[in-house]
Design a protein around this ligand. Sequence first.
Ligand SMILES: Cc1cc2nc3c(=O)[nH]c(=O)nc-3n(C[C@H](O)[C@H](O)[C@H](O)COP(=O)(O)OP(=O)(O)OC[C@H]3O[C@@H](n4cnc5c(N)ncnc54)[C@H](O)[C@@H]3O)c2cc1C
Length: 288
Amino acid sequence: MTTAVAAPFRFFALRVARTRRLGPSLVRVTFAGPDLRAFHSHGRDQSLSLFLPHPGQDAPAVPVELGDNWWQGWRELPDDVRAVMRSYTLRALRRDPDEIDIDFALHGTGPGAAVPAGPASRWAAGARAGDRVVLLGPAVEDNRAIRFRPPADTDLVVLWGDETAVPAASAILESLPAGLRVRAWLEVHHPGDIQDLATAADAEITWLVRDERSGAGPAGAPLALDALRAAELPPAEAPYAWIAGESGCVRELRRHLVRERGLDRRRVAFVGYWRHGLSEEQLREAGE
Ligand SMILES: Cc1cc2nc3c(=O)[nH]c(=O)nc-3n(C[C@H](O)[C@H](O)[C@H](O)COP(=O)(O)OP(=O)(O)OC[C@H]3O[C@@H](n4cnc5c(N)ncnc54)[C@H](O)[C@@H]3O)c2cc1C
């Protein structure tokens, strides 16, 4: 007897259905397409690879016809043709009609921006209904691109995310059961980026606002680290922490939780979502 095993990931050809500004530096893009019938995910911090066209192209160039050899074929395309590949998080999946949402943190797109815009941020700022993208995403609900996995005995969840990880943290909060204690710190650029989050958990959510124009400085550990250091966590037998955002900041927060607070390092999930001064290609080349 042979057992059919579904491939965990596949390509999805999608179009933008609509966009909505959630705040001065956050835009929600809703994607639709018949391929989404085959998209399945347990959510939480489900990450996705998004392929975007260059300005002037009407569709991203991804050699999906090469199947498992797509990576090699994609790498061999000329730089100005090869689709831009970036990591994002599934914010929501809906059925009838099949749609997914991705929330993009915009950087470098406003007037007088302090940081350079990347191609994904620029694309999201100008996205219009009908725009075409390709997604490499999950075809099975439980897959390895979900990192938030608290052990069954978890009695306290500690979350930290910057603006790029607010979508993941929001989806995580929505997934948590009633009664579970959660302490969350979410860091954004502007007060207008603060959102109302839904959760059944016993969650205390603290928003940290890093308004660069006010001189509070760029993303970095001090704001988050000061907040976590000053926090009194409720007593817990089996805490679990999830931290995601700028890599340097993630590293310092992890160190704080493990070394200063004594959390078991196996119960601290941490993911660098971006790094100051490096594009996602440069991070991939550096093996991070
Ligand atoms: C698993 C995973 C999930 C992610 N989920 C999301 C998500 O749901 N929403 C989201 O918005 N982002 C998410 N990110 C982060 C996103 O992939 C990066 O911010 C990415 O660099 C954006 O691509 P870009 O083309 O705009 O910029 P790049 O071309 O990659 O970088 C250009 C420049 O911008 C800088 N930069 C990148 N991000 C920021 C930022 N937020 N603020 C200031 N400078 C920045 C870089 O350091 C670089 O100097 C996720 C990343 C990972 C790894």
